[in-house]
Write a protein that binds this ligand. Sequence first.
Ligand code: BES
Ligand code: ZN
Ligand code: ZN
Length: 511
Amino acid sequence: MKTTIVDKKITESGMEVIVVGVPEHPENKEGWEILEDVFGGRLMDWVKAGDVKTDLKSITKLPVMGEASFKRVVFAGLGAPKKLTDQLLLEVFAKVGKELKGQKAENISIWLDSFTTESLEADDAAFAAAQGILLGSYQFDDYKTSSNEKDFAFETVELVSSADEDELKAAAEVGAVHAEAVNSARTLVNTPPNILTAVKMAEHAEKLAAQYDFELEVLGKQEMEELGMGAILAVNKGSVEEPRLIVLKYAGGREDWTDVVGLVGKGITYDTGGYSLKPREGMVGMKGDMGGAAAVFGAMQIIGELRPAKNVIAVIASTDNMVSGDAFKPDDVITSLSGKTIEVLNTDAEGRLVLADAVTYAKQSGADCLIDVATLTGGVIVALGKDKTGALTNDEAFFEDFMQATLETGEFVWRLPLTENDKKRLRKSEVADLNNSPGRDGHMIFGGGFVGEFAGETPWIHLDIAGTSEADAAHDLGPKGATGVMARTLATFVERLAEEAEGTEDGPQVG
Ligand code: BES
Ligand code: ZN
Ligand code: ZN
């Protein structure tokens, strides 16, 4: 997608489609009159009659009948300008993106200044426009032989505005970078499990490393055995596919590799439950059990593009969880990389096991704080529904900072408690240091809390995206299926940490 910024009259656009934002009372909006000529002075009457809709997120498409350099106008309803937020504007543009894709309109012109309000400036609109149309037009049809929308991509997007060209260009670029990374995360999650194996996950990391100059480390079964990663190895035991522990390092901050943010992702490419087998209805969809890994890869893609002044290490633990004569089983006791022993009570609680070794490895590799992301428990869906990510933490201040990033991206996160009593239950076992499944009551807390045992004193946030990683139906920002949730928030958080560090004396010592 090529984005250009132009300062001209929207009616002089040479693109096939122009996009215009319509607030509740467009007559109050400066410059609106110039559109009247295109529609023979009848536009305002149509708005009054409801033929051009102004409700938030509504779309009205009108062909141009008289003389004009473009074929169609797409009107995007903005509702009451005072109530319009960044998040809502993003959703408006996602609707526009979906509509334009439906029209196969590859060359478009967006009248950016028609989307501004007292609190939303042209650069906010540019960010939302680029991001929204890319998120809203996403579709996964890689394996449909008869899809006719396969080849759709925006060619030229012209943003028409009188605001500063460089600022708008930068804002639009950041918006596009965010959306493209979310869409890559979506595609990873949507890809079928016979194709996306742990080895393929590592190949994705290789591509990112080559493109963005990350340091890459990929551990296979043998290296895991040598290091004593008994937890991820136990989960992999029943599989014919090799496991992978994938590490990406981005050195944007201090040169001595201190002050490192660790992002850890659950990359279970398929979760049958193992011997604690899932019921047949519960198994379908478990190709998405690598949503946490996809979010971390997505965040790394954004970080690679925008290059914040911060050190970041990403660790992905990837394998499938299968049944076979070799598979691990309930009652097994395994020794994790940390040395802690674990009594397996439920082989379907595999995510926390692979995360245990990944978190330990991240710490050993220098992470000073940790965020793990995982489709970890059905319990989080029971607790919060499908539209909220559940969180746990051991550090209030760290969590507060993180919440600021979620407010910026609009990705809803809600924290659950983790008490000493919960920890006691995790540590209750006749035969080992920990057990992997203390019970079904409040089991989101036990899932994340188990991972916290390996984070120890290191500031840590756990994000359970079992509900939010995939949508059951089309939603404001995209179609049914993978959402790419948390990729934007993780990257935004790292960007803000970098800005904070730069603003202080002991900021990064780059170059
Ligand atoms: N991958 C699942 C969690 C999950 C459930 C993700 C629904 C997406 C949608 C996880 O490995 C799992 O099976 N968790 C169990 C834990 C239980 C055995 C303690 C669960 O949530 O039932
Ligand atoms: Zn499971
Ligand atoms: Zn799982």
